[in-house]
Design a protein around this ligand. Structure first.
Ligand SMILES: O=C(O)CCC(=O)C(=O)O
Ligand SMILES: [Fe+2]
Length: 782
């Protein structure tokens, strides 16, 4: 969309000369997040002709240099600020502090103490006038942005007990209250970074117009004169941000002739970026790319899209850049529909996978989708102090409101958050060491910024003596999220030295052993080096302590322990079931059965009867949820399953995977899963958190599609009714292939193979680091 086309030049907000802004009082006052100045959707999809581009390159440098020189002092008007004038220097705009701030309160940005002469964060305003102007601009912007206001939504974190959750909720409510009382609900505004086309596409499409999805993607990726749609977008964004701040101050008199305006170079961009980022701009490494959630939630949900819209979306999401199998003439209608759905179900994984897709359209789209997206909320982020173990993470998710699915900015509580204790991370990469984090923080927050979070304090001397149990727990949980299981175990041990009956810590420590068990490469070591047994032992011991039943997670683990701990009859170690083998004996499909037809039908019946009263569960699995029913929750299911396990499944697994006699195969989890064309159709690509996994088919003639797609094979495997697929769950990428009609039922089981004695030196033999994102079943995720 053209803002103004006089002189043949597309004058978008970012390119207006400062004079131009000043002349137009209304748009001049608008910061870039105001819709009137900067229509987000159109900017994301704007393409530029090469002559326009050339003209931009020809523009002189002076405008940019001038701007760079000016940006450092006052963030509003550009005039230099005397830091000696501390009263003024400390004064922050209304939108970053609560109303009654006095100069003696530390800076909301950098938390600097008032006694410090140099204001490290560099966020200073030279006068009340500037502060008010910024404040006014924000208000104008928020009124006209046209974007839905943000909601603060809090998820229960995975670590806290119910008791702590209520403390966390109070803590989070206090944050919300603080924002609300400072600005009033209607003033809250959210702005999503324009440059990330996919995000906007998601927003648009989840608001009910799926046919704009591909238009936007193609516009963004196809126009050949755009070198990199993302970077250019960011540059524009920052350019606009900078200029609007510069132009809103009436005291700014320096004019820059239009001919001096041009886009910054990359290094200038970086300079702009790091400086403006100190304001508000925050790069969000979303745990899930918006397009991923669009594909997995919206497209497959019959509640959100009617058949016609979904068909239209499917047609459009069947582009040639998905280098999966191509439909062939000889394919039946069902086969091509399965193929189409498979493409959709793999899209998210494909888009966010680290495998290189560097060529052509697929490469460009892949690059686009893999980039973290940007979201900023000037008010909210400005108020949150930085921490390298953040307790909150902002994510954009769909949320049902008044029957509509809307994208909302949500806060995920990563740890328990007490009243007054909250922080986000202001740097993107938290995996770096102390030094690299410090460097990045200085660039982002100002040259003198030094992080004093407990992680930094700990890593400075690797000494835990000056840390509280709570801080140690945070550090342990962070290590879990980053799959540094050994570090997590050590940190939890430190706490248990003084608090041996802390159920949360006991549970987390057991989970760290389980993480280590899954991180082992079963293909290489044939057992998980005692980690699984240790985890079970720890849960068992915790269960013997008074009050352990008050801890929900421990209770669930004990229930599974009891349900699946069977007496093993050695006589039955030989299996008579025939099977075929794939992938170097890492994957098998039986021709015979491990469950009879009658048993399969009975299991389906029990599950459906139970579901009539209590429904199916859909949230038991953290990363890749299925619509399922835990076997250990229903005695009827458990009885049939355990009989099959003892007599058929266990002996078969031992034989298939050549499990040595000094090791045992343990069930950790098992559930009955339901897929359907009008409900959850498929499971996206993932690896399990297990050494071995198996899938038993409970029916096969009442659905089309379905089966387990094994990615390295490029094939869908479908055992007969009562037959079983088994594979190295932690190593083989697989997905539940989409069901295109009818209902599919399976039993899925997750096993660990461990030494019978469980007694090896576990601390010296663990392999670290399967990415948490792909983990399944009980994963801890950042
Ligand atoms: O649906 C399938 O066949 C695969 C199920 C699966 O992978 C799982 O539940 O982890
Ligand atoms: Fe799986």
């Amino acid at each position: 969309m053209k803002v103004d086309s006089s002189g043949g030049e597309t004058r978008k907000g970012a390119l207006l000369p400062i004079d131009g802004h000043a002349a137009n009082a209304t748009t001049g006052l608008l910061p870039c997040w105001a819709k009137a100045t900067y229509p987000s959707a159109s900017r994301a999809t704007l393409s530029r002709t090469s002559s326009q581009k050339r003209r931009k390159r020809e523009r002189s440098r002076s405008g940019v240099e001038e701007l760079l020189a000016e940006i450092d002092p006052c963030h509003v008007c550009g005039s230099s600020v005397s830091l000696a004038d501390r009263g003024l220097a400390r004064r922050l705009p209304h939108f970053v502090v609560t109303r009654n701030i006095t100069p003696s309160i530390p800076c909301s940005f950098c938390r600097a103490d008032d006694s410090d002469d140099n204001h490290p964060c560099g966020t200073v305003f030279c006068s009340d006038e500037c502060r008010d102007a910024a404040d006014a601009a924000l208000r104008v912007g928020s009124q006209s942005s046209g974007l839905p206001p943000p909601r603060l939504f809090f998820c229960k974190n995975r670590f806290g007990s119910s008791k702590e959750w209520s403390a966390t909720r109070d803590g989070l409510t206090s944050i919300e209250n603080r924002f609300t009382s400072a600005f009033g609900r209607e003033d809250l505004t959210r702005r999503v970074g324009i440059e990330e086309t996919a995000l906007l596409v998601t927003l648009m499409s989840s608001c009910g117009s799926p046919n704009r999805v591909v238009d936007s993607l193609l516009n963004a990726t196809q126009s050949t004169d755009r070198i990199n749609v993302n970077e250019e977008g960011i540059v524009e964004e920052i350019w606009a941000l900078t200029r609007s701040f510069m132009s809103i101050c009436p005291r700014h008199h320096k004019s820059t002739p239009a001919k001096d305006c041009r886009f910054p170079t990359l290094s200038e961009f970086v300079a702009f970026y790091t400086k403006t980022k100190r304001f508000d701009l925050l790069k969000v490494d979303g745990p899930q790319h918006p397009l991923e959630s669009y594909v997995t939630n919206t497209l497959t949900s019959t509640r959100l899209l009617n058949e016609k819209d979904r068909q239209a979306a499917l047609d459009m999401l069947d582009p040639s850049w998905l280098s999966l199998d191509k439909p062939q003439e000889s394919m039946s209608e069902t086969e091509s529909e399965v193929l189409r759905w498979r493409k959709v179900s793999h899209l998210a994984h494909w888009a966010s996978s680290t495998n290189a897709y560097t060529d052509g359209e697929s490469g460009r789209l892949h690059a686009l989708l893999r980039r973290p997206y940007y979201a900023y909320h000037p008010i909210v982020f400005s108020q949150l102090p930085h921490s390298c173990i953040p307790s909150l993470a902002p994510v954009l998710q769909l949320s049902v409101e008044h029957g509509m699915n809307r994208p909302v900015l949500q806060w995920i509580a990563l740890h328990d958050v007490a009243h007054g204790d909250f922080s986000v991370s202001r740097i993107e990469v938290l995996n770096g060491d102390l030094e690299s984090r410090a460097l990045e923080l200085k660039r982002t927050m100002g040259g003198k910024f030094a992080c004093a979070c407990s992680r930094c304090r700990f890593e400075e001397h690797f000494d835990s003596s000056n840390l509280s149990s709570k801080e140690l727990k945070h550090l342990g949980d962070l290590a879990m999220q980053q799959t540094r299981y050994e570090d997590a175990s050590l940190l939890y041990d430190k706490i248990l030295e003084t608090h041996p009956r802390d159920f949360d810590v006991l549970h987390s420590k057991a989970a760290s052993y389980l993480g280590r068990a899954s991180a082992v490469s079963f293909g290489r070591s044939r057992h998980c080096m005692g980690h699984f047994v240790k985890a079970q032992r720890l849960w068992g011991d915790a269960g013997k302590l008074d009050n352990s039943s008050s801890h929900k997670e421990i209770e669930v683990q004990l229930k599974k322990l009891t349900a699946y701990q069977m007496k093993i009859d050695r006589e039955r170690d030989e299996s008579m079931v025939r099977y075929s083998s794939y992938l170097d004996e890492k994957c098998f499909v039986t021709a015979g059965r491990v469950l009879s037809h009658g048993e399969c039908n009975r299991m389906i019946q029990i599950a459906e009867d139970h579901a009539v009263r209590l429904g199916w569960t859909t949230s038991r699995h953290f990363a890749v949820p299925t619509t399922d029913m835990p076997i250990h929750d229903l005695p009827g299911l458990q009885a049939i399953f355990c009989r099959a396990w003892e007599n058929k499944i266990r002996p078969l697994l031992r034989q298939q995977f050549r499990i040595p006699s000094d090791s045992e195969c343990h069930i950790h989890d098992a559930f009955l899963v339901k897929y359907g064309a009008s409900m959850q159709r498929y499971l996206p690509p993932h690896v399990d958190e297990s050494n071995l996994s198996f899938v038993v088919a409970l029916n096969d003639d009442s659905f089309e599609g379905g089966g387990t797609y094994i990615h390295t094979l490029g094939k869908t495997l479908k055992p007969p009714v009562g037959g079983m697929l088994s594979f190295c769950g932690g190593e083989i990428l697989h997905s539940g292939d989409p069901v295109v009609s009818g209902i599919r039922y399976i039993v899925a089981g997750f096993c660990y193979v461990d030494l019978r004695a469980g007694g090896v030196d576990i601390d010296s033999q663990t392999r670290q680091g399967k990415p948490a994102k792909e983990s399944f079943a009980f994963g801890f995720q950042v």
